[in-house]
Design a protein around this ligand. Structure first.
Ligand SMILES: *[C@@H]1O[C@H](CO)[C@@H](O)[C@H](O)[C@H]1NC(C)=O
Ligand SMILES: *[C@@H]1O[C@H](CO)[C@@H](O)[C@H](O)[C@H]1NC(C)=O
Ligand SMILES: *[C@@H]1O[C@H](CO)[C@@H](O)[C@H](O)[C@H]1NC(C)=O
Ligand SMILES: *[C@@H]1O[C@H](CO)[C@@H](O)[C@H](O)[C@H]1NC(C)=O
Ligand SMILES: *[C@@H]1O[C@H](CO)[C@@H](O)[C@H](O)[C@H]1NC(C)=O
Ligand SMILES: CC(=O)N[C@H]1CO[C@H](CO)[C@@H](O)[C@@H]1O
Length: 624
């Protein structure tokens, strides 16, 4: 009885604090201050541990343990404040900035599941990753040798093969060994994901899927559809050209007229654009004799032969655009080389590391010097500026406004730096080399790396969202293929049936990875580029001397302040507000991307006509 009375008394006090209108706002303010502080402490421990892993290597067991422990602590913390978050959301108090902070507190995500379900979720996602890691295929030429990993072994074989039977064999084996074995886990994943969405208070699974994009799923879906529609003319011309090239390589029987191209052959062709360039490959280029300039050779010729020199060169580019100068001590104080490269894992990149609530940005660099690492430096330095610009924001706002937003800025700057006009300035390209042929080759190479990915990414998200929201039956393999064929113009090389299960072949590593933000980021990159080029007079829509693909932003000092202002906002405003500040437009659109590739589009239309290749594709009859 005594203890009951005591409880009632306590409850009364609690309710009193929360419910009395004037005081609840003080309590709310205090709550947010606490959350900002606690998250900063936890995040910093995690970043520090991950930074240690990057510079010391994954064998640093202490850092590995720290990293895992802190992730768990963060989850526990988020879990512990969840009831309060829900309460404050219901009370609907505070000013708009406070309400926005509240909305930026991380969701519990899978932690909202019951312990048994949570365990199951870990098991199924781990299983799928393991299938990917552990699956070994037998060699096409020696069926008794069965130790080929999917990546890199099979991938390397495919890149270097032009034997159609071999390519088809691996395509089918890959699906046979990964699809069916993953089916049950995939089905469980979908069910658990639906539950998670519901437990986190979302009305539909797709709302949870798109939660970081600040719009409801219907708006996101219609934005994506508008992208796909506007992309279609360019994509169809590119598709027709690539299909024509494949027909030259493999013959009319394998690549019949008017049909989707076989996915396996197209992927190898397009994938070439991601490999280190080798001169043989230029045969497939619009102007094979012109090829592409060798930037790596240019870097070495110019004495930019280590990461530190590249860094200062790139820092000068940012300074010339009116961004703050990086202090001389930055490199010696903050930069460390990435730990030894793992042979199998060629992911060696420069990377900035942000800390919270303190002025600190560390930097890890890849010691390799080549074209890719050179342009990557522009992206890494963009992050240094970004992290420093928003370090006065509370922890909950010390983020980009949507995932991959900062990539759009970084890639925009590296795009501008890859402009032949700028490369001439840097003497990485010899003067007078900027010909029509070189420009078309460059645009073509870029289109393989970006334009083709957009529909592929779109299908990956669209498929999972449609399954999650029950618009598509997970057991209907042909529905998966119909989406793929309609949108990407590719079909399976051999007949597939309703009962096969092919979707996981592309989704095993991170089954819940979201690609929509990457599409938005890519489109935004070109939108920002067009805007900045236009306001600085480097791009003039009607003037052939100022095309977008040659626009060079270096020395355009008015850009720095605009970009710094946008960066300093962190996620305190929605991306639309930030876009409005930067460009006077509040939605992402395709104008910039299409303007950029316009010369390639014109070339393709003419070339496809001359080659008498057909545009578009019928639906596929390969799945029934
Ligand atoms: C696979 O096995 C063959 C012999 O069976 C061996 O020569 C080869 O080195 C092995 N490859 C790998 C990646 O282990
Ligand atoms: C470019 O130059 C580098 C360094 O000289 C060289 O290693 C590489 O093979 C060249 N690449 C091409 C495609 O010629
Ligand atoms: C990380 O940066 C801070 C200051 O920004 C510096 O004091 C610290 O030494 C750096 N850490 C390393 C390992 O370089
Ligand atoms: C988008 O962000 C994710 C997670 O940070 C990252 O893995 C991915 O590489 C980014 N995508 C692009 C296109 O930069
Ligand atoms: C999905 O398809 C399978 C196999 O065709 C069928 O058994 C099942 O009833 C379908 N589920 C729904 C919800 O339509
Ligand atoms: C009774 C009481 O403690 N009132 C406080 C409620 O919170 C405001 C601040 O928002 C204080 O000024 C009051 O003193």
């Amino acid at each position: 009885m005594k203890s009951l009375l005591f409880t009632i008394f306590l409850l009364h006090c609690l309710l009193h604090t929360i419910n009395s209108a004037e005081n609840s706002s003080a309590v709310f303010t205090k709550f947010l201050a606490n959350v900002n502080q606690n998250l900063a402490t936890l995040y910093n421990r995690e970043v520090l541990a991950n930074w240690q892993l990057e510079v010391k290597g994954p064998n640093d067991l202490y850092a590995l343990l720290q990293s895992e422990l802190t992730s768990e602590e963060i989850m526990n913390y988020v879990e512990s404040i969840a009831p309060n978050c829900a309460k404050f959301k219901r009370l609907n108090i505070g000013n708009p900035q406070q309400q926005r902070q509240l909305s930026q507190i991380p969701e519990r995500g899978y932690e909202a599941l019951s312990p048994a379900d949570l365990k199951l979720m870990y098991i199924v996602t781990k299983n799928m990753g393991d299938i990917y890691k552990n699956t070994k295929l037998c060699s096409f030429h020696d069926r008794k040798q069965c130790n080929l990993t999917l990546i890199p072994a099979v991938q390397n074989i495919l890149h270097n093969s032009n034997d159609v039977a071999e390519i088809e064999y691996y395509w089918l084996e890959w699906r046979r060994k990964t699809g069916m074995p993953a089916k049950q886990d995939f089905v469980s994943f979908i069910e658990l994901y639906r539950k998670t969405a519901q437990l986190n208070g979302f009305s539909k699974p797709s709302e949870f899927w798109y939660k970081d994009l600040e719009e409801n799923s219907a708006q996101t879906a219609s934005l994506l559809e508008s992208f796909m529609q506007r992309l279609q003319p360019l994509f169809q011309e590119l598709h027709a050209h690539v299909r024509g090239q494949l027909r030259k390589l493999y013959g009319e029987e394998l690549i019949p007229r008017g049909k989707p191209y076989p996915q396996n052959l197209a992927e190898i062709f397009i994938g070439n654009a991601f490999r280190r360039a080798d001169p043989e490959w230029y045969i497939e280029f619009p102007y094979p004799d012109v090829g592409m300039p060798n930037i790596t050779a240019g870097l070495l010729r110019r004495g930019l032969n280590n990461a530190q020199r590249v860094f200062w060169n790139v820092a000068e580019y940012f300074r010339s655009m009116g961004m703050p100068q990086i202090e001389d001590t930055f490199w010696s104080h903050n930069a460390r080389p990435k730990a030894d490269l793992d042979e199998e894992d060629m992911r060696c990149w420069h990377k900035a590391w942000k800390f919270y609530g303190i002025e600190r940005v560390n930097f890890s660099y890849c010691p390799l010097v080549d074209e890719e690492r050179f342009f990557n430096m522009y992206e890494a330095l963009t992050d240094v500026y970004y992290y420093r610009a928003y370090d006065q924001q509370p922890t909950l706002f010390a983020e980009e406004p949507f995932p991959n937003f900062s990539d759009a800025l970084g890639k925009m700057f590296s795009l501008s730096a890859s402009s032949p006009r700028y490369l001439e300035k840097l003497k990485l390209l010899e003067r007078g080399l900027v010909s029509k042929e070189l420009r078309i080759n460059r645009l073509y190479w870029q289109s393989l790396r970006t334009i083709f990915l957009i529909p592929v990414f779109y299908v990956l998200d669209r498929y999972r969202v449609d399954v999650l929201d029950e618009r598509l039956n997970i057991s209907n393999n042909c529905a998966y293929w119909q989406l793929t064929t309609d949108l990407t113009g590719a079909e399976p090389p051999v007949s597939r049936s309703y009962e096969d299960f092919d979707a996981p072949a592309k989704l095993l590593i991170e089954v819940d990875d979201q690609y929509t933000s990457q599409i938005m980021s890519t489109v935004l990159q070109y939108q920002l580029y067009q805007h900045f080029c236009e306001i600085t007079g480097q791009y003039k829509p009607k003037d052939k001397n100022y095309p977008l693909d040659l626009c060079d932003l270096s020395n355009q000092r008015q850009i720095g302040p605009i970009v710094m202002e946008a960066m300093s906002l962190g996620s305190s405003k929605s991306y639309k507000d930030i876009l409005q500040i930067m460009t006077k437009e509040s939605s992402i659109n395709m104008d910039g991307l299409l303007a950029y590739f316009q010369p390639l589009y014109d070339w393709l239309v003419e070339k496809n006509r001359l080659d008498n290749v057909e545009i578009g594709w019928e639906s596929s009859t390969k799945c029934s």
